[in-house]
Design a protein. Structure first.
Length: 361
């Protein structure tokens, strides 16, 4: 009892309490980071697809000089499929898909309803865009980028009110570039400071890239996304990057799936002052700008959490060292105890041997 009082005096108890507090704060920061990163559904498609880490979501961003067209996207899909076949990847069954992809471009369109008009931001999409980017529907449904009906559009509630004064407008017709289109669905406007800063606070319309390129204003496809098998770290990213036959100074590939892991966030520290620079002339989508903003927030939070976890580790090691120094039994005592026990054992053996000899006589 006296030994415990010496080791855990008031000063050491206060240190252990402070260590517990910092550990708790660190855990709270970690939980906040996990909650924030999991809220970005655009970055977590791999988690929705499989429960383990066997798949990864990767994205290629292109500059205007890359001249990445819809034909380029189709060719890239073909090359990726061939590469996966060469690597002996196969779907689990005939009805399942081995991998999925989508592409998108940012443009502008002038939209007319029966009595109103509006200039809105248009996002031209192809492939399985809404699998990567699920939206909160108010009315109607989303469409597949590969649907034969290229005249379907999805609008956010801001656009719906500007054109119709209501969000109950599924099936209504709008005119874009003199061509009639049908409203397939109305989605909620994503709110929040980062959404506003990323340019997601304005009237927006989603439509097929083919329709946008014909009836609106759009220059090039700036984003190609894929969900690919990832048996090894970085495998999916490497597959996508090697199939893109564009000057490497005109595109960049990122892995979305693991970008918010603490190890990845700590790596951002070395580029913290320069990572926002964009020498390749890339135009990021609003969802990528939001993700990069979250990374900028979570990087210092991760550093702080690591420091908060380090402090209790140091305190615990200090208390253990103090307990060791205050111990009542030392190495020499243990050695002497062992020697005495050994000598006693030998003496007993000698006495037992003599007893046996005496019985024989």
């Amino acid at each position: 009892m006296d030994y415990l009082r010496e080791v855990f005096d008031k000063k050491r108890i206060k240190l252990l309490i402070s260590a517990g507090i910092t550990l708790t704060v660190g855990l709270i920061l970690v939980l906040i980071g996990v909650k924030v990163s999991n809220s970005l559904v655009d970055q977590n498609f791999a988690k929705r697809w499989v429960k383990d880490d066997s798949y990864a979501q990767v994205t290629a961003f292109f500059s205007e000089l890359a001249d990445f067209s819809e034909n380029s996207a189709k060719e890239l899909e073909y090359k990726i499929s061939n590469k996966l076949t060469e690597e002996s990847f196969t779907p689990e069954n005939e009805d399942s898909r081995l991998w999925v992809s989508c592409y998108s471009a940012i443009g502008k369109v002038e939209v007319f309803s029966k009595s109103r008009s509006a200039n809105v931001k248009a996002i031209g999409v192809g492939g399985d865009f809404f699998m990567f980017h699920p939206k909160d529907l108010i009315n109607g449904s989303l469409f597949s980028g590969d649907t034969m009906m290229k005249d379907l559009v999805v609008i956010n509630e801001v656009t719906a009110f500007e054109l119709f004064g209501s969000n109950d407008v599924v099936g209504q017709a709008v005119e874009i570039g003199g061509v009639r289109h049908i409203v397939s669905g109305v989605i909620k406007r994503e709110e929040g400071r980062l959404n506003d800063l990323a340019g997601n606070n304005e009237p927006t319309m989603y439509m097929s890239y083919e329709a946008l390129s014909k009836n609106g204003k759009v220059s090039y496809i700036n984003s190609f996304e894929a969900l690919l098998p990832n048996p090894l770290t970085g495998y999916a990213k490497d597959i996508l990057k090697k199939q893109i036959k564009v000057d490497e100074n005109r595109f960049d590939v990122i892995e979305n799936s693991h970008r918010f892991k603490w190890t990845k966030l700590l790596v951002n520290i070395k580029n913290f002052g320069t990572r926002s620079m964009n020498p390749k002339g890339l135009v990021y989508t609003y969802w990528e700008n939001i993700a990069r903003g979250i990374e900028d927030y979570l990087t210092p939070v991760t550093v702080l959490a690591c420091l908060l976890f380090l402090y209790p580790c140091v305190i615990v090691l200090y208390v253990i060292k103090r307990a060791w120094n205050k111990r009542r039994i030392h190495r020499a005592d243990v050695k002497d105890f062992a020697q005495r026990r050994l000598e006693e054992y030998r003496e007993k053996r000698k006495l037992a041997k003599r007893g046996d000899e005496y019985e024989e006589i």
